[in-house]
Design a protein around this ligand. Sequence first.
Ligand code: ATR
Length: 277
Amino acid sequence: MTDRYAVIGNPIAHSRSPAIHAAFARQTGQDIDYSRLLAPLDGFPATALTFFGEGGRGANVTVPFKEAAFRLATHATARATLAEAANTLSFSGGELLADNTDGPGLVRDLVHNLGAQLQRKRILLMGAGGAARGVLPALMAEDPLYLVVANRTASRAETLRDHFRPLGIIEASDYADLRGLKFDLVINATSASLAGEVPPLPPGLFAAGSLAYDMVYGAAPTPFMLAAREAGASRWIDGLGMLVEQAALSFALWRDVRPDTAPVLAALRTELTHTQA
Ligand code: ATR
């Protein structure tokens, strides 16, 4: 019997996860069915439990349900527990396991695909919502020289700093206080682009050779990528690689086989570019 998986979110129609997992399944010879599930904004638990009750083996969870997914699970990996959010659920033997592959997916894209080194580097994470929280443990585990979380509402950055301080060096800031600091890696984890906006990038923010990374992706360079180029970043990239890498880690967790992400990422990039044309 074909094993069933799904991605659950709201909205969900745009999700590329079914295409990514179908490509992984073809490549590794796995027999899976992976669909999209729209959950009502106040109805994630019912949607997820119905899916698993009807035989679903695993699910990816996306905005705005990652915290709800963590709470619904019967147990969780250390990285999901640290993030208090899950993007991956596995159902087996009546137990629901929560995991979070967003952070490791981001780090794998940065290090493996983009050749960025994180050890002893200066990292700025912009945003202090769920997206930032989900990737912080993985970034801190890379042992950066320092890591600053900057947010429009400084108190939210301070809350994250206090939560993650046991893991390593982490500072909190508002955007104005970034003046005078330089970074090797600047990651945009805000949802500002949904409103066509970009967090302010003070002059001199980007060190020589620095990389600007937007966790969202699009057919064209994102507003953050354009602003980073203008502000002196050496390289700028969107989050398509993170999307594919977090999916590969979920797939490996479910199927015990690691897909080759490079051809899937390349095909997705071509497809996206053609969407724009
Ligand atoms: P998510 O789960 O996507 O992270 P969230 O928890 O609502 O969503 O967090 C959104 C993040 O984007 C926050 O850091 C938010 O800043 P505030 O905490 O100050 O609200 C940030 N954000 C949203 N719109 C922004 C904008 N126009 N400029 C700068 N930051 C913005």
